[in-house]
Each structure stands twice: as structure tokens, then as C-alpha cells.
Design a protein around this ligand. Structure first.
Ligand code: HXC
Length: 514
């Protein structure tokens, strides 16, 4: 027995070393941690249980007979993060560049499927050269199976990808199918075709970082929801994100004790938001003031900053916040903002997280680019997502709420449970001046001083219609409230909606305008 145990220990030690000390040195020299170091940082001590540690590649062609690394370049298993169970797969770049072959894929698929059976989040740590070239079609097939598992798990368990090195080619589609992507600055990159292929096909000269670095995906493409300065920070973000989420779609998010009183008034709100509808302010200040302990985890912070989305808590319960941001593009909704907010709303709905919407929106962004880029198709996603969501939906109209954008931002007509307006709210088809210029086109043409005329009539229009009371009379808002009571009312509304049940027509699935 002793001998057998000795042999097992030897093999385990070998498996533990991945591609060996030289490759580990190279990994460190690139500013990256090894897969074991990553797991140590991520998982609560002594809780990680590995699965498939002795798996070897089945392939033997093209030198694969000499690449007999236990684990086949991916460590899979389960463990606890802040006391809560998760399943993890973590690619090991020191083993054949973390490339994905048949058995590597099988291990990932089994991990996702186990997480799905148990009903807990799955986390993927990506650091890979993509499809293992030597295994050819078997590795492509492996990728297909990983994608299928990601899709099957979508909406059932939270799936989070952390990109810690290369993630190229078709490999990018696994993180893209998951709920959140975290990237690390300078050491991670994602692209479907790399700089060399880009050069050959379009003639463009571009570096790895410029083409698919963290910064690019966090600001331009929207592929990355979070960026971190280093791997340690990536795991801090991941843990924080997990703290807001339920383990699966049949469970409620965890309730966290808070010292922040539910009866806290927030008089500062009356100063943060200027009465003048044209003046800008940072809506994140409003969000933070309302949430428990002023804590807000912003998602997609630098992508489409004209809309703000993220997680917080009210009375200890997780909520998702969606808010127009008057500090960018005056808070108008463009193509990217529509995509960003709709996907977030759908995530919240899938995972039983109530939606708090703060509205201050002049409309959908005008322009040829927007129209030709499909603002109609993209904007429709937001309408669709809000209507489809059956979780509690509570909306506060802070200031402007004009046109289709007012409808899209969690209006009563799209099923909001409670809509409140501040006295500064203006709910109308369009802004007062635009309305006057259309309604009084002839008079403006005839008058000697058109600008004076427009100004005077706009004032009159604003006094008559640009307020929340018309909307209150028609019952499209539930009440006009003093801003200082926003937090108190939001918490009461959440309590009232705790048992919310909503029937939806039977269908296979809807056809969201993608
Ligand atoms: C097999 C691979 C590999 C791969 C890297 N390696 N990628 N082996 N298949 N896809 C091996 C290298 O040969 C090397 O082996 C070791 O991993 C480390 O790689 P290096 O190149 O030394 O590392 P680095 O300089 O950091 O460059 C990393 C890299 C580069 C940029 C990722 O390795 C690279 O370009 N790899 C190929 C990327 C790629 O085109 N993948 C296919 C994408 S298409 P040794 O023995 O020297 O240590 C795809 C299709 C999926 O994935 C389709 C799904 C439907």
C-alpha cells in the first residue's frame, strides 16, 4: 500500500507542475501567474477539489505522443469563494500553450454540466492559444461542445469568464456566450483574427493590445464588462460580482445585513440633480446615495457611458440599476447603450434580481450613423427586455423623459410595477422647445422676432406640460415624490413586490430583435 500511495503522490506532484519549471518561469516572465497560483488567490483555503487531474490527451500524432501532460492543460474542479460553492475550469498556458484539444474540452464541458446539475456559478479562467493545432477537427469539435454547454447553462447559472492571457479565434466565443467577462490590462487579449491575418487581409498594422486588449474591449467593443490592473484585482472584482448573484435561476440573491437604515432620507439628491433640464450631472452620485452603504458595482463602466448599469443593494437585497447618464451625450440612448442596458436587464430578469430604473433621457440619439447602424433594431431590444422582464421593476423619473426613450426606460406601459417621478420630471413626446417649433411652425415663420417668440411660448409650454402632474393625472406614474424619499420608497416597493408573480403567454421563446 505504501508503495502505491508513494506512486500516487509522485504522479500528483507531476500533474501539479503543469508544463514544468521552465514553462512556469516563462509564464512569470510574461507577468502572469500560474494556474495553481490563480486558484490559490481565488478559492477559499483548503476548499478546492480537483476533477480529472490525470486526464491525458488521446491524440498521438504530430508530436502529441511526447506531450503527455497530466490534466491536459486545464484544471477543473469545485471549491468555495467567500463560503459559496462554485465550479471552475482554469486553462494552464504552460501546457501546450493552454490549447484546447479533445480531452481538455471534455473536462471543461463536464465542469459546466456539473455546475448546471448542482445549480451553482461556473467560472472559466482563460489563458490559451485556442484550438490545439495537432488535434485538428477533434479540437474544433471540442470547442463546439464547450459552446453548447455555455448556451445550455445560460440563464440557469451565472457564468463568468476571466481572461488572463490569449483568447483567440473561435475560443473567444465561449466567454462571449457567458454572462460577464473580466479582462486584465496588458496581459490579456481577445480577437477572432490576430494582427498577422488582419495585416494580410486589410493591410492594417495593429498590435495585439490595439486589436484586442482589455482597454479596447472595455471601451469600444463592449466584450469586456470589467477591466483589472492585474490578476489579483481581477479576482477581487470577480468575488464582488459573485456576492450580488444567486447561485442559480431558481434561487434568490443572498441578503446581506446592513447598518444603513431603510428609513434614511437623502436630502443631498435635491442638490445633485440641477432643476435646469439642460444641465449635466453624474447620475452615479444619485445611484450611490440611494443604495445601501453607497456601494455600487458598475458593469461596463467605460462602454456606452451614456447609460449606467450595475449592482447594488437596497435593504440588504440585491438590485440591478439602470440609469441614463446626463454627463455623456446628454443621457441619450444610442446603439451601444441599447445593447448594454438590454443585456443587463435580461440578466437581472433571468436571475431574480429586481430592476431599479432612473430616468433622465432626452430621447434616442439622432444622426445618420445611428439610423444606418440600426438604432431602430437595437433600441427595440431595450423595449423588449423591459417588457419581457417579470422581476420587480421600479422606476424613478428624475427629470426629462421624452418620446420612445421614456417608454423604453422601464415605463408603466412596459410593465413597471411602480413608477415615481420627482417634481423636476418632464414627461412628454419631446422637449418643450422642439414641441413649440413644430406646433407653431407657421407663427414662427410670420413673426418678426422668431427666437423671442419661441422662448416665450416654450416657457408657457414648459409651465403647462413639462411637469410630472399630467402623467400623474393619467395614472402613468404612481406618485410624485420628494427626491429625499427615493431610497425609502424604493425599499418599501421592493418589500411589497417580494411575492410578485407574473404569468406570461406560453411560447418556446420570443424573437428579440438581435
Ligand atoms: C498547439 C499551441 C497553440 C495551439 C500555442 N501553442 N498555441 N500548440 N495549438 N493553438 C504552443 C506553442 O507552440 C508553444 O509550444 C506554446 O504553446 C507556447 O506558445 P508561444 O507561441 O511560445 O507563446 P507566446 O509567444 O506567448 O504566443 C502565444 C500565442 C501564440 C500568441 C497564443 O502561441 C499563437 O499565435 N498561437 C496560435 C494561436 C492560434 O492561431 N490558435 C488557433 C485559433 S483558431 P512550445 O512547445 O514551443 O512551448 C481557433 C479555432 C477555434 O481557436 C474554432 C472553434 C469553433
Amino acid at each position: 500500500m505504501e508503495e502505491l500511495i508513494e506512486k500516487l503522490r509522485e504522479l500528483r506532484e507531476k500533474a501539479y507542475m503543469g508544463g514544468g519549471p521552465k514553462k512556469i518561469e516563462v509564464q512569470h516572465a510574461k507577468g502572469k501567474l500560474t494556474v495553481r497560483e490563480r486558484l490559490e488567490l481565488l478559492v477559499d483555503p483548503e476548499t478546492f477539489v480537483e476533477m480529472g487531474s490525470f486526464v491525458l490527451p488521446r491524440a498521438t500524432d504530430f508530436g502529441m505522443d511526447k506531450m503527455r501532460f497530466y490534466g491536459d492543460g486545464v484544471i477543473t474542479g469545485y471549491g468555495k469563494i467567500d463560503g459559496r460553492l462554485v465550479f471552475i475550469y482554469a486553462q494552464d498556458f504552460t501546457v501546450i500553450g493552454g490549447s484546447l484539444g479533445e480531452m481538455h474540452a471534455l473536462k471543461i464541458v463536464r465542469t459546466i454540466e456539473s455546475a448546471l446539475k448542482v445549480g451553482v456559478p461556473v467560472i472559466g479562467l482563460y489563458d490559451s492559444g485556442g484550438a490545439r493545432i495537432q488535434e485538428g477537427v477533434a479540437s474544433l469539435e471540442g470547442f463546439g461542445k464547450v459552446f453548447a454547454a455555455n448556451v445550455k447553462a445560460s440563464g440557469v447559472i451565472p457564468q463568468i469568464a476571466v481572461i488572463l492571457g490569449p483568447c483567440a479565434g473561435g475560443a473567444t466565443y465561449s466567454p462571449a456566450l457567458m454572462d460577464f467577462v473580466i479582462m486584465v490590462k496588458e496581459t490579456s487579449y481577445m480577437f477572432v483574427t490576430g494582427p498577422r491575418v488582419v495585416k494580410a487581409t486589410t493591410g492594417e498594422d495593429v498590435t495585439f493590445e490595439e486589436l484586442g486588449g482589455a482597454e479596447v474591449h472595455a471601451t469600444k467593443s463592449g466584450v469586456a464588462h470589467f477591466i483589472a490592473e492585474n490578476e489579483e484585482e481581477a479576482f477581487v472584482i470577480l468575488k464582488k460580482l459573485l456576492s450580488y448573484l444567486p447561485p442559480n435561476n431558481m434561487s434568490e440573491p443572498p441578503i446581506v445585513e446592513t447598518e444603513d437604515p431603510a428609513e434614511r432620507e437623502v436630502p443631498e439628491l435635491e442638490k445633485i440633480v440641477p432643476v435646469d433640464p439642460m444641465s449635466a450631472y453624474d447620475v452615479r452620485e444619485v445611484i450611490c446615495k440611494i443604495l445601501d452603504d453607497e456601494e455600487f458595482l458598475e458593469v461596463h463602466e467605460n462602454f456606452a457611458p451614456n447609460i449606467v448599469v450595475g449592482f447594488g443593494r437596497l435593504g440588504g437585497r440585491t438590485v440591478g440599476v439602470v440609469a441614463n447618464q446626463p454627463a455623456h451625450l446628454a443621457g441619450s440612448i444610442d446603439i451601444d447603450a441599447s445593447d448594454k442596458a438590454s443585456r443587463f436587464v435580461r440578466f437581472l430578469d433571468a436571475f431574480n434580481i429586481p430592476i431599479i430604473t432612473l430616468v433622465d433621457v432626452p430621447g434616442f440619439l439622432p444622426g445618420v450613423d445611428q439610423e444606418h447602424g440600426g438604432i431602430i433594431r437595437h433600441g427595440a431590444k431595450l423595449l423588449y427586455a423591459y417588457q419581457e422582464a417579470t422581476v420587480p421593476k421600479i422606476t424613478f423619473v428624475l427629470r426629462k423623459a421624452y418620446g420612445g426613450a421614456y417608454i423604453a426606460m422601464g415605463s408603466k406601459s412596459l410593465g413597471a410595477d411602480f413608477v415615481y417621478a420627482w417634481p423636476t420630471a418632464e414627461i412628454a413626446v419631446m422637449g418643450p422647445e422642439g414641441a413649440v417649433r413644430i406646433l407653431y411652425k407657421r407663427e414662427i415663420a410670420k413673426t418678426k422676432n422668431p427666437e423671442e417668440f419661441v422662448k416665450a411660448v416654450t416657457e408657457e409650454y414648459r409651465r403647462m406640460f413639462a411637469n410630472p402632474y399630467k402623467a400623474a393625472e393619467l395614472g402613468v406614474i404612481d406618485d410624485v415624490i420628494e427626491p429625499r424619499y427615493t431610497r425609502i420608497i424604493a425599499i418599501k416597493a421592493l418589500e411589497a413586490l417580494e411575492g410578485k408573480r407574473e404569468e406570461t403567454p406560453l411560447k418556446k421563446h420570443g424573437n428579440i430583435p438581435l
